[in-house]
Ligand binder design. Structure first.
Ligand code: GAL
Length: 654
């Protein structure tokens, strides 16, 4: 599928059935191809155990299908019904504060509950048996946003016993666990797996290996939950693509692992909703208040496209103001269209808008939609009309493999959260900041996980890979790529211990670096990094004191260990002994791209370029028009040169 497909999230259960026919006709008229339904319908379909009321769902599928729409059916496990919770109250999740999270909204289940796992499998099978071969049901979404409302981690009794079983399988004997965790520290030795508690509510910090194992266990439970339903659908809904909607900014479970079980990696894109929580400066936040940060959606598109092996869909696209952030501004006019084509440029095969009609009751009444609650078209519907026109002018294309890969390892992210050292350590932000620093230079990026094939890239970047196995380091070395390796990489073993040869552990030979001390500095410290050419950049936060015999490209100017190496380059690796940001990060990226033999483009800070097959795109997130980047003769298919403010241009090279 190389032309963009369009769709919408629809909640027929929220509207009188007399409106369904008109809704379906209008969706078709508006150019939509897909309708995603039913992810919160369990309590309506099975109002009491074993009593099913399918008729309304049968009818709406028929109405949509007869109108010419393809249905994406969902398994309804994100919202278990009240009778089930009453029957088995232990299904409810428990927060880190030890309090049970109750019924009355959604995602009120604990991934560790075996009872819930069986119930989810049962209801998925009911849905799959009923609709698996329905000709109008062409794809399936499992559940809804696994980490929404911070629901991946649960500190329930079921989690405790599940974790104990998981540990027993992993370690075999309690002595092996004591040894690996190092429980001799603070005398916390165990004599049986049954003694092990969850790492919440403690007086001081938990043993880090304990905490990391709990994060791994919790992630495994998400994968098991997803896979259990995938298996049901494979059997009863043959030939249909299976997806799940990942979230932006969510790193709590191993998305690489879950993605391997899916056909399409879906994700929900709310570019404005997440702006205020980013590390952008206030000035940048002001600038992008109505457009979203230029790289936020792109980052997730590239991450999930890579995990989806080229198959990435946006299952929910922001249509206007959302209702769930601390403040919810309106996007500038044109942004829904811009985001849609930016997603396409980054490889999206389909974009579905959330949602069809704005609710006029219950939760989410302030969340906009394509239509207002009185059925009048809202701004997103107006932009959709233009998107449909655009689509007719663009030839089918697919994205090619990039030259640069970013390694993102979820375990390393959990590890740095568990042992931060620096309370403001930017952890997940480092990935987005490096990504943005490369994108503003026109670089296309794929993502890889530690299990992935690494061949064929000119440059592989590791913004923060705290845990690197010997397998991964051998693959990095064998890839033949140049490597850019961020601070802390290789600094802990998989057991969360300091490597016997010190950091960067298994990366020592590749980098020719030995980290002899780390420190973290508050913003008030006046320290800097000096490049060989004399350029000086302030820096703060994480710093490593390293020994090396490789080339030193920059040194610290510091009141402590003055002139210690800050940027070190061996034959194939550039190692950073601090976390560069802003102007320093920009200079490093330019230097590294050149070292790797890659072209770079100096884009305007508000502009991003992307390439999909023969199509070139330039997106202008600023409020002034900007010229297209210089290039050969070109034929413009959409837009203009200069690119209008908050608009985009698509062209082909002649
Ligand atoms: C998503 C969720 C949707 C809806 C939406 C509102 O997180 O999957 O069901 O709540 O947010 O923006």
């Amino acid at each position: 599928m190389s032309k963009l497909e369009l769709g919408v999230c629809y909640y027929p259960e929220q509207w009188d059935s007399s409106r369904w026919g008109d809704d379906a006709a209008r969706m078709v008229e508006m150019g939509l191809d897909w309708v995603r339904i039913a992810e919160f319908t369990w309590g309506l379909i099975e109002p009491s155990r074993g009593q099913f009321q399918w008729e309304w769902l049968d009818e709406i599928i028929d109405v949509l299908g007869q109108a010419g729409l393809k249905v994406m059916m969902s398994t309804p496990t994100a919202a278990p019904p009240k009778w089930l919770i009453d029957e088995y109250p232990d299904i409810l999740p428990v927060g880190p504060d030890g309090r049970v999270r109750g019924f009355g909204s959604r995602r009120h289940y604990c991934f560790s509950s075996d009872i819930y796992l069986a119930e989810a499998q049962r209801i998925a099978k009911e849905y799959a048996c009923r609709y698996g071969k329905n000709p109008f049901v062409c794809a399936w979404q499992i559940d809804n946003e696994y980490n929404d409302h911070d629901s991946v981690l649960s500190f329930s009794n079921a989690a405790r016993t599940g974790f104990q079983r998981w540990l027993e399988t992993k370690y075999g004997t309690i002595n092996a666990l004591n040894e690996t965790w190092g429980t001799v520290f603070w005398g916390s030795t165990y004599s049986a797996f049954a003694q092990i508690e969850l790492p919440n509510g403690l007086v001081a910090t938990p043993n880090p290996t304990h905490a990391l194992d709990f994060a791994r266990y919790s992630s495994d439970r998400v994968r098991l939950f997803n896979k259990t339903q995938v298996d049901v659908l494979r059997e009863h809904a043959p030939g249909r693509d299976i997806t799940h909607n990942f979230m932006a900014g969510s790193f709590e479970f191993d998305h690489h692992a879950v993605a391997t079980d899916l056909d399409i990696v879906g994700f929900d894109s709310y570019p404005l909703g997440n702006l205020m929580g980013s590390t952008l400066s206030d000035e940048e936040k002001r600038r992008y208040l109505r457009t979203g940060a230029p790289d936020y959606q792109g980052f997730h598109c590239d991450l999930y496209r890579s995990q989806g092996r080229g198959r990435m869909w946006i299952l929910e696209q922001q249509p206007g103001p959302v209702d769930w952030a601390a403040k919810n501004p309106s996007p500038a006019e044109g942004m829904v269209r811009l985001w849609t084509w930016a997603a396409f440029a980054h490889g999206a095969q389909a974009v579905m808008f959330f949602r069809w009609r704005q609710a006029n009751f219950a939760q989410e009444q302030y969340h906009t939609a394509l239509l207002r609650s009185d059925d009048s078209p809202d701004q997103a519907a107006i932009e959709l009309a233009q998107i449909v026109k655009d689509r007719a002018t663009l030839p089918p294309t697919t994205r090619k493999k990039a030259s640069v890969a970013m390694l993102l390892d979820y375990t390393s992210i959990w590890a740095a959260d568990i042992l931060p050292h620096d309370n403001d350590f930017p952890n997940t932000h480092i990935f987005r900041e490096w990504y943005a620093a490369l994108r503003v230079l026109g670089v296309e990026i794929d993502f890889v996980g530690p299990e992935d094939e690494l061949h064929g890239y000119a440059l592989i970047i590791l913004p923060q890979s705290m845990i690197v196995t010997t397998d991964l380091s051998a693959k990095l070395e064998g890839s033949g790529a140049k490597l850019l390796i961020g601070a802390r990489s290789g600094s802990k073993t998989s057991q969360m211990r300091t490597p016997s040869n010190l950091a960067p552990g298994v990366l020592t030979d590749l980098t020719s670096v030995r980290v002899v001390r780390v420190e973290s500095l508050p913003d008030i410290a006046e320290e800097s990094v000096r490049l060989l050419d004399g350029q000086k950049f302030d820096f703060t936060g994480w710093r490593e004191i390293v020994e090396t015999e490789a080339n030193v490209l920059a040194r610290f100017k510091s009141a402590y260990c003055d002139a210690s190496p800050a940027i070190i380059r061996s034959d194939c690796a550039t190692y950073l002994a601090m976390v560069p940001r802003g102007a320093l990060l920009h200079v490093i990226m330019c230097n590294v791209l050149e070292w790797a033999g890659l072209d770079l483009l100096d884009c305007d800070p508000d502009m991003r370029v992307a390439r999909r097959g023969t199509l070139h795109f330039a997106f202008n997130f600023g409020d002034m028009s900007k010229p297209l980047p210089a290039g050969g003769p070109r034929r413009i298919l959409i837009g203009s040169d200069p690119v209008n403010a908050r608009d985009f241009t698509v062209w082909k090279e002649n």
